[in-house]
Write a protein that binds this ligand. Sequence first.
Ligand SMILES: NC(=O)c1ccc[n+]([C@@H]2O[C@H](COP(=O)([O-])OP(=O)(O)OC[C@H]3O[C@@H](n4cnc5c(N)ncnc54)[C@H](OP(=O)(O)O)[C@@H]3O)[C@@H](O)[C@H]2O)c1
Length: 209
Amino acid sequence: MDIGILGSGMIGGAVGRLLVDAGHRVAVANSRGPASLAALVADLGPGARAASAAGAIAFGAPVVVLAIPFGRYQELPVAELAGKVVVDTTNYTPARDGRIAELVSGGTTSSELIAAFLPAARVVKSLNTLYFKTLLDRADRLAPSAERTALFVSGDDGEANALVASLVAEIGFAAVAAGSLREGDARQGTGSAVFNVPLTPAQVPREGW
Ligand SMILES: NC(=O)c1ccc[n+]([C@@H]2O[C@H](COP(=O)([O-])OP(=O)(O)OC[C@H]3O[C@@H](n4cnc5c(N)ncnc54)[C@H](OP(=O)(O)O)[C@@H]3O)[C@@H](O)[C@H]2O)c1
């Protein structure tokens, strides 16, 4: 599959690595422009190319991975992302993203804010729970699913969730459904029981789900 990645930092670079290793092609963008991405795409190999944000989104058919700091989501181009399956890897981090009252109060979730900002996109939260080095270390495409590390998939579009779950499996993890965007944030967001804890699917605590 051709996949766009917005963000070329820790998580964008790691997800790019995993997708290329699984046989996908990626177009990676950051905020500084394609010229600044030469070293990363050379490291990722022939399956990767540098792009502008618009170029990476156009390349992603239909999947675009969002790997920018959450607090910058309002910089995303709304029209270009219409119809795309947007994989939200971001986590709200007040120290970096600033205080967002609706999130602090629990009135909504970070993924729901992104989905509201991108009304025609199909937002799926995933790939957000593990530190990028853990993500790289734990990918195992040869292990049986039950022995792999769990990565969570939540969203309000069942078909988009299934597509992201298949990508999770292809990069060497076990996809675990975590419900809607609202439910998923509590189950797989910052501070949840599974956040940055590598677990097999059987080890995932399900109390209260
Ligand atoms: N680090 C982790 O292990 C980890 C794990 C799971 C989830 N996350 C989440 O993933 C998100 C990214 O974290 P990170 O640690 O990867 O951050 P990071 O290393 O600081 O990288 C952020 C990337 O986003 C790019 N960017 C910023 N605004 C952009 C825009 N408007 N359009 C395109 N690209 C833009 C930056 O471009 P420039 O380089 O040009 O500034 C940079 O490449 C965060 O929300 C974080 O909570 C991180």
